[in-house]
Design a protein around this ligand. Structure first.
Ligand SMILES: *[C@@H]1O[C@H](CO)[C@@H](O)[C@H](O)[C@H]1NC(C)=O
Ligand SMILES: *[C@@H]1O[C@H](CO)[C@@H](O)[C@H](O)[C@H]1NC(C)=O
Length: 397
């Protein structure tokens, strides 16, 4: 090794270099972006996407097995007693098999079964948590179901405890349920020397719903992680336009505010997955020339990103980015649509890294440009993966 004028001997130089390496390591480990930090990428896959006849159907085998670290199969449901798992569609079993087969392409990939969803509502979960006997029975049935179908865990998507017909005491009962499931999964692991089944929950983000439905510290204790549904902050059920997935806002309806609120109430940061929508919320304008944020609207719905990108590409509309909220919207005819694109998603990924959250969640992988209709297959998901890899804050393991 060439000596320079400073005059260290070889040995001294090694020690000196080791010291520098150590100092660099200490520096890196105490700054928010940690080398080797593994941000999770939890992707929902909706079973009904397999049945689309608009040229955008997505089958499990067409999903790149390295885009997500976890894929949640949406949804499985419950029988009337709330203790038995049901698959409702004839295609469920094939799709489940297709998803779990992706593990042969990426052995680190985890596949979870997501139970519930908006359509199933609250009452069957209410039945389940009515007694400890029911909860225990469900826990055993869940293990049977998950192991039989080669899943790695269970994602609870109760929308929502203590709401939509479920009484106020279900806020606490939900914590009890998670405790029972956690303990039962743990016991199974001990007994059979297997990898413990994962336990996660999709949870509402807004402050009022959070207060109504969740004991945050308990949920955070028993879940491996929580999928924060940080979208639908505004939608066609209101009478004026507004972005549904703002990163920041002057009110409480943003990722920044709601994630901080979950943290403040005891959620472990590394267990928070920030939800990112691959769809826009659509509003019908009362007056197409009054088309800013807060313009009068009636009705609407939602729109997959694969449709939005085609509208933009055909030059029928111009994207406008909201300065504070950091998300775009687009107006075409009487339609006003707020959504996320590669840039807004990258900013959100940077936010997640800077804040030290556990990762991101996506609703849903099948709403991405899965067929490359606008040029690049899975452009949104790839942008997220790329954003996470940057600055070394990622490892592929
Ligand atoms: C983000 O949220 C925090 C906590 O509520 C708030 O103090 C801060 O001003 C917000 N940041 C922005 C840019 O709105
Ligand atoms: C929307 O409804 C609220 C009350 O429900 C009302 O105060 C407000 O003026 C309405 N806004 C528009 C743009 O129609």
């Amino acid at each position: 090794m060439k000596q320079d004028g400073i005059g260290f001997g070889e040995n001294t130089q090694h020690k000196y270099m080791a010291l520098i390496r150590f100092a660099v390591l200490v520096f890196l480990c105490t700054t928010p972006i940690v080398i080797g930090q593994k941000l999770l990428r939890v992707c929902y896959y909706s079973s009904w996407s397999s049945q689309r006849n608009d040229g955008h159907a997505l089958l499990p085998e067409d999903i790149d097995a390295n885009l997500c670290t976890h894929i949640n199969y949406a949804f499985i449901t419950l029988d009337a007693s709330g203790t038995e798992i049901h698959t409702e569609q004839p295609y469920d079993l094939n799709l489940m098999k297709g998803l779990t087969n992706l593990k042969t392409k990426n052995p680190a990939l985890k596949i979870l079964a997501s139970l519930g969803g908006w359509e199933m509502g609250s009452m069957k979960f209410h039945k389940m948590v009515e007694s400890h006997a029911n909860m225990n029975k469900f826990a055993q049935n869940a293990i049977d179901f998950l192991r039989t179908h080669n899943f790695d865990g269970l994602d609870l998507d109760w929308e929502y405890p203590a709401a939509r017909g479920s009484p106020a005491e279900d806020k606490h009962a939900f914590s009890e349920l998670l405790k029972v499931l956690h303990n039962t999964f743990d016991a199974e692991k001990q007994r059979h020397h297997m990898t413990r089944l994962l336990l996660t929950a999709a949870v509402a983000a807004s402050q009022w719903r959070t207060e109504q439905s969740y004991e945050i510290d308990m949920i955070s204790r028993y879940c491996d992680f929580m999928n924060l549904m940080t979208y639908d902050f505004h939608g066609s059920w209101e009478n004026m336009t507004g972005p549904h997935s703002a990163l920041y806002s002057d009110d409480t309806l943003s990722i920044n505010y709601t994630a901080s609120n979950w943290e403040f109430h005891g959620a472990q940061k590394n267990k928070l997955m920030i939800g990112l929508p691959f769809y826009g919320n659509v509003f019908t304008l009362v007056n197409p020339f009054d088309n800013g944020v807060g313009a009068a609207s009636f009705g609407g719905g939602d729109m997959p990103y694969y449709s939005i990108c085609q509208i933009l590409q055909h030059g029928r509309a111009q994207e406008i980015v909201l300065n504070k909220e950091r998300v775009p919207y687009v107006v075409f005819g009487r339609k006003w649509v707020a959504y996320d694109n590669v840039n807004s998603l990258r900013e959100k990924v940077d936010f997640v890294k800077k804040r030290g959250y556990g990762g991101i969640m996506v609703w849903a992988i099948d709403l991405d440009d899965t067929h490359g209709a606008c040029g690049h297959k899975f452009s949104l998901m790839k942008s997220i993966v790329h954003g996470i890899k940057q600055n070394g804050a990622w490892d592929s393991g």
